[in-house]
Design a binder for this molecule. Structure first.
Ligand code: ZN
Length: 81
């Protein structure tokens, strides 16, 4: 089972829910910053795909009652380390 599309949509919702997010201001921002954010989102999507089959992530999701919880290893990956 793959939830990568749902994960990506969740990332987009997270971006949009950030204070200060305003699509109308995007044209004034550095496009490279936007590209970096998009790349970060794609990296998170890949990490979540791996996390779907990771036992440590599964137990992190259970213990934190959070379906987006990750183990330390995958959390670091999602953050871009
Ligand atoms: Zn993991």
């Amino acid at each position: 089972m793959t939830t990568s599309k749902a994960d990506l949509e969740r990332e987009v919702r997270k971006l949009r829910s950030r204070p200060g997010w305003d699509p109308r201001k995007l044209v004034k921002e550095d496009p490279m910053d936007r590209l970096a954010e998009i790349n970060q989102g794609l990296r998170s999507e890949r990490t979540y795909d791996e996390a779907d089959v990771c036992e440590a992530c599964a137990s992190a999701r259970d213990s934190q009652d959070d379906e987006t919880a990750l183990c330390a290893e995958h959390l670091a990956e999602a953050m871009g380390f």
